[in-house]
Design a protein around this ligand. Structure first.
Ligand SMILES: Cc1cc2nc3c(=O)[nH]c(=O)nc-3n(C[C@H](O)[C@H](O)[C@H](O)COP(=O)(O)O)c2cc1C
Length: 405
């Protein structure tokens, strides 16, 4: 199929499961539109991208996601101040600026409060090799809101648009600048008006794509992402690139979002943690092919081991086990004995422990399973999202500098 031209593809099977667009028609017929996703001059191979995920979308995760078919990925959000400090070279946190051919193309995401501070930070990200510079106007956690960063900017369009102008001016023309927004601070009409003021102003200022998470800042992760809003945004934005976010836990949900809202791309977040196969599965559906079977136990073992090796390369022997433990617990959802495998990973303290879990549970090849959508993975409190702001990274740097506040 020529994906460069708009075409109609057939859905190979019924798209069941949870749907956050109660009053939009469900997709059961050949209606999904396959067209490439563009970010500025860059035409991506698929509309499915790896979302920015603080504490997760590091170089190893992005490398695996790219290999599995994500057409683009975003690094974890970084504070402007933290990024500027990286200039001085810090070995413990240097991995935040790591970009390679294996996770190409990759966006670096910035968050801060003062418009003036964004330009130098954006330049550091460009120097580090990020292909796209993304600005975070969505982070809902207390420390971000209290520090007038992230989602807070949705309450002040003038400041938000000054940030956009400063970043656009600082970044070479060939490098796209993009935005990540929630659908507003809250449900009020003022909040909605401010959202559209920022959206329109950002487009006028040359932003190349906008990712919209269909939850409000106040909502955090309670309740569904409102896909009807994404549909309105796409209709409003016309030919400008809009990427949808929220409740993308399966390949079918990704396709359903594109079909029901008309967004140009889908930003897969929690649904990709421990399930990079979601990209392969989505790409198959998007091309009109049947949904691939979930990976077998031995296929999962191969990717887990690959992920471990990348984490070891990135963080070193001592630090990689903790990082891999949280991913492995998520990978366990695809295992036919998922509860027992998850419990085994929870007890891991060392690389030997981790290898023992792989030897015990991942050598006997059996069919895997699609992960259940687990409500418990919904992150509802500030503490469960504490890594979101990358404050942690800045704070872990305390010995060398003051934490960003
Ligand atoms: C643990 C966690 C970390 C996140 N980190 C970021 C981030 O660094 N930057 C960002 O723009 N969004 C971040 N998000 C928001 C996601 O990119 C996404 O918009 C949100 O999770 C909704 O998608 P989902 O319901 O499919 O997970 C984060 C979400 C979670 C759960």
């Amino acid at each position: 199929m020529d994906l460069a031209t708009t075409s109609v593809i057939s859905l190979p099977h019924q798209l069941g499961g949870s749907n956050s667009v109660a009053d939009l028609p469900s997709v059961e017929s050949p209606v999904a539109v396959a067209r490439p996703l563009r970010i500025g001059q860059v035409e991506l191979t698929s509309p499915a991208v790896q979302a920015a995920l603080s504490g997760y979308s590091d170089w190893p995760m992005r490398t695996i996601a790219t290999r599995m078919g994500a057409s683009y990925s975003l690094a974890e959000v970084m504070l402007d101040k933290f990024v500027r400090q990286q200039r001085r070279g810090r070995s413990r946190t240097a991995h935040h600026l790591r970009v390679s051919n294996q996770d190409f193309p990759v966006g670096g995401q910035l968050m801060g409060s003062d418009p003036e501070q964004f330009a130098p930070a954006a330049r550091v990200l460009v120097e580090a090799g990020f292909h796209v510079i993304d600005i975070n106007f969505g982070c809902p956690v207390k420390s971000a809101m209290g520090g007038c960063r992230g989602g807070y900017h949705l309450s002040q369009p003038e400041v938000a648009l000054e940030i956009v102008s400063r970043v656009r001016d600082a970044v070479p023309t060939g490098i796209p600048v993009t935005l990540k927004m929630r659908r507003g601070i809250d449900e009020t009409s003022e909040s909605r008006d401010r959202f559209f003021a920022i959206l329109d102003g950002a487009i006028t200022r040359g932003v190349d794509a906008i990712t919209v998470h269909g939850r409000t800042v106040v909502q955090k992760y309670n309740g569904p992402s409102r896909w009807e809003f994404l549909k309105e945004v796409k209709e409003h934005a016309g030919s400008h690139t809009i990427i949808g976010s929220g409740d993308l836990f399966s390949a079918e949900a990704c396709l359903r979002m594109i079909d029901q809202t008309g967004v140009d791309g889908v930003s897969v977040a929690r649904g990709a943690i421990g399930n990079p196969w979601i990209f392969t599965q989505f790409n198959a559906l998007w091309k009109g092919q049947p949904l691939p079977l979930p990976p077998t136990v031995c296929e999962q073992a191969d990717v887990l081991q690959e992920h471990f090796a990348l984490a070891e390369e990135c963080y070193g022997k001592d630090r990689c086990v903790g990082q891999m433990k949280k991913f492995s617990i998520k990978y366990a959802r695809l295992h036919p004995d998922h509860a027992r495998v998850r419990d085994a990973f929870v007890l891991v303290r060392s690389q030997d422990d981790w290898n023992a879990v792989i030897d015990r549970w991942y050598t006997d090849d059996r069919p895997g399973q699609y992960p259940e959508v687990d409500e418990a993975q919904v992150c509802t409190t500030d503490s469960s999202c504490s890594s979101f702001t990358a404050d942690r990274s800045a704070e872990s740097d305390k010995a060398e500098s003051e934490p960003a506040r």
